[in-house]
Design a protein around this ligand. Structure first.
Ligand code: ADP
Ligand code: MG
Length: 278
C-alpha cells in the first residue's frame, strides 16, 4: 500500500514513432485531499501524465500507484477508474444523453446500479455542481460552463476519491470558467475530493494549494503557488507567465516599493492597503 494517494515513480512514456519521450522520469506524489494544478506549455506532457492517473496509459518504465492500485495491474482497472474520474477539455465530447439527468446517470446505469440509488446519486451530484434546476434540460442547450459542470456531475455520481481535469475551462468564456473553478474548489474543500487540475490559466493555478510545472516531459517546479510564482524568470524561460498581479508586484518591488508578493487580486488589494495604511 503506497503512503500517498497518487505516487508516480520514475515514470517514462514514449509514444510510438516519437523520438522524444513525452514523460521522462517523472516522480510525483499527491496526497489525499490536495488541490493540485499542473501547468506547462503545449506539449510539455500534462495530458500524458493525466492519462497515467487512471490507467488510460501505463508507464513504460517506472510505476504509477493510485488509491493503492498499480495502474499496470489490469485486474484493478475497474476499481481504479471508479476511484479516479476524468474530465476533459471539450464538454461536447463527454455528454452522451439527450437529457441532463440521464447523462449524469449514464455510467451508473451501465454498472447496473439500482434505480433508487441512481436517483439519489444523480440528484446529489447535480446539487453539488449547482445544476439541479437543469436536470430535465437538453445538454446541447446549455452554456459551455454548464455543460462542463454536468460532465463533472457525471464523474461525481461515481463517488470518486479523486477527479483529474484536463484543461476543463479551456473552451469556456470567463463566466463559465469562474463557475467551473468555483465548483472544483467546492468539491475539494467541502468533500475532500483530491483534485488534479491541468490548466494554462495562471489565475486558476493560483487558487490551488500546490502547482506542479511540467516542461519537456519533466517536473520543472513543484510547490505552493506563492513559491512557484517567485520564479518569474524561470517560468518565462519555459513559456509561462506569472499572474498579472504578481508581475505588477515584482515590478513595484524593483522600483523599491515594499509591497508583498500577491498571487491574486484580493491579496493584492490587501497588500496595497497594508502599504498605504501600514
Ligand atoms: P500537453 O498536454 O502538455 O500539451 P501532451 O501530453 O499532449 O502535452 O504531449 C506530450 C508530447 O507527446 C508532445 O510532444 C506531443 O506531441 C506528444 N503526443 C501527445 N499525444 C500523442 C499521440 N497520441 N501520439 C504521438 N505523440 C503524442
Ligand atoms: Mg494537453
Amino acid at each position: 500500500m503506497a503512503e500517498h494517494f497518487i505516487s508516480c515513480k520514475n515514470v517514462c512514456f514514449n509514444y510510438e514513432g516519437r523520438s522524444d519521450a513525452a514523460l521522462k522520469n517523472v516522480s510525483l506524489n499527491i496526497d489525499k485531499g490536495e488541490l493540485v494544478a499542473v501547468l506547462g506549455h503545449n506539449g510539455s506532457g500534462k495530458s500524458t501524465l493525466a492519462k497515467h492517473l487512471n490507467g488510460i496509459l501505463t508507464a513504460q518504465s517506472g510505476d504509477v500507484e493510485v488509491a493503492g492500485y498499480n495502474t499496470k495491474d489490469e485486474n484493478n482497472i475497474f476499481n481504479l477508474r471508479s476511484r479516479v474520474g476524468m474530465v476533459f477539455q471539450n464538454p461536447d465530447n463527454q455528454l452522451v444523453a439527450t437529457i441532463v439527468e440521464e447523462d449524469v446517470a449514464f455510467a451508473l446505469e451501465n454498472l447496473g446500479v439500482e434505480p433508487k440509488e441512481i436517483r439519489k446519486r444523480v440528484d446529489e451530484a447535480l446539487e453539488a455542481v449547482g445544476m439541479s434546476e437543469f436536470k430535465l434540460s437538453q445538454p446541447h442547450k446549455l452554456s459551455g460552463g454548464q455543460k462542463q459542470r454536468v460532465a463533472i456531475a457525471g464523474v461525481l455520481a461515481m463517488s470518486p476519491d479523486c477527479i483529474v481535469l484536463d484543461e476543463p475551462t479551456a473552451m469556456l468564456d470567463p463566466k463559465g470558467r469562474a463557475q467551473v473553478m468555483d465548483t472544483i474548489i467546492k468539491l475539494n474543500r467541502e468533500r475532500g475530493i483530491t483534485v488534479v487540475l491541468i490548466t494554462h490559466f495562471m489565475e486558476e493555478a493560483a487558487l490551488c494549494d500546490r502547482i506542479v510545472v511540467m516542461n519537456d516531459g519533466e517536473v520543472f517546479l513543484d510547490g505552493e503557488p506563492k513559491e512557484v510564482f517567485k520564479h518569474a524568470q524561470k517560468l518565462k524561460d519555459v513559456g509561462l507567465a506569472v499572474p498579472d498581479v504578481t508581475s505588477l508586484c515584482n515590478s513595484l518591488q524593483k522600483l523599491g516599493v515594499e509591497i508583498e508578493t500577491s498571487i491574486n487580486k484580493d491579496e493584492f488589494i490587501e497588500n496595497i492597503q497594508k502599504l498605504l495604511i501600514g
